[in-house]
Design a protein around this ligand. Sequence first.
Ligand SMILES: NC(=O)c1ccc[n+]([C@@H]2O[C@H](COP(=O)([O-])OP(=O)(O)OC[C@H]3O[C@@H](n4cnc5c(N)ncnc54)[C@H](O)[C@@H]3O)[C@@H](O)[C@H]2O)c1
Length: 270
Amino acid sequence: MNQLLTGKKGIIFGALDEKSIAWKTAIACHEQGAQLVLTNAPIALRMGKISELAEQVAAPVIPADVTSMDDLKKLFVGAMEHFGGKIDFVLHSIGMSLNVRKGRHYTEMDYGFNQKTLDISAMSLHKVLRTAWDLDALNDWGSVVALTYIAAQRVFPDYNEMADAKALLESVTRSFGYHYGVRNKVRVNTISQSPTRTTAGSGVKGFDGFISYAEKMSPLGNASADDCASYCVTMFSDMTRMVTMQNLFHDGGFSFTGVTQAVIDQMEKQ
Ligand SMILES: NC(=O)c1ccc[n+]([C@@H]2O[C@H](COP(=O)([O-])OP(=O)(O)OC[C@H]3O[C@@H](n4cnc5c(N)ncnc54)[C@H](O)[C@@H]3O)[C@@H](O)[C@H]2O)c1
C-alpha cells in the first residue's frame, strides 16, 4: 500500500453512511497514512452511523453545522488541539437542497428555502475557508477539495436549484483559492463527480434514468464513490502541489463526450 498522506492531518466533512463519498474518502485517506477529524451536522450525527467510521479510521468526531461560524471555529480549534498543530487538508462533501426536498419545481422555487440551500451547499465553503484563514489553521501547501456536479455548466432540469448552488461553489473555489494561494500556497479545487448512489444523489428526481444515461454517455462509465475517494487522496497529496482554483472533472469522460455509440444504439431501438 502507498503512503501518500503519511504525516498529513485532515478534516472530513459530510460522512453520513457507508455510501457517502466522504465516508469512502475518510477510509482511503486513513489507508494512505493520514490522521483525521470527522465532522457533520448535529442532526446527521444523530441519524447517521458516523461512530462506526470514527472507530474504523481512529478519528474523533466534532459536530458542526457548516452554516454556523461558531460551530466551525470550535471544529477547527478542536481539530488543531487534537492534532497538536495545523491542518493539511479539508474535504467539503456537503450538499442539500430544500426546494428539491420539498418538491418545489425550479420555476416555483421558494426563495427562503433557496437562501438556505445556497448557504449550506455553496457559501459554506467560504465559511470553512474563512474560519481556517482567520485562525491560520492550514499549513502552507495545504489542500482543500469540495465536491460538485456538471449541472454548474450545463442544464440538467431535475437538478433544480442545486445547479446554481454548484456554480456558486465553483466560483468561491476560484475566488478564495486565489487569496489563499497568495498568502499560504494553499490550493482550493472542486472535483466534479459522476452521479453516484448516495443519500444526497438519490434525492434528485429521476435519478435511475439519470445515472444510466451518464453511464452510457461516458467512455469509461460512471466514476464510483471509491474512485472519487482515490482522486481526493491524490489532491491532498504532495503529487498535485501546483493544481489550484480548478474544477476537475472526475466522470469517466462524460463532460467532453458529444454522443456515444451506446446512446445512438439506444435511440435507434426506439
Ligand atoms: N451523489 C452524487 O450523485 C453526486 C454527484 C456529484 C457531486 N456530489 C456532491 O458530493 C457531495 C457529497 O454528497 P454525497 O453524494 O456523498 O451524499 P451524502 O448525503 O452522503 O452527503 C451529504 C452530506 O452533507 C451533509 N450536510 C447537509 N447539511 C449540512 C449542514 N448544515 N452542515 C454540515 N453538513 C451537512 C449531510 O449530513 C451529509 O453527510 C455533495 O456536495 C454532493 O452534491 C454528489
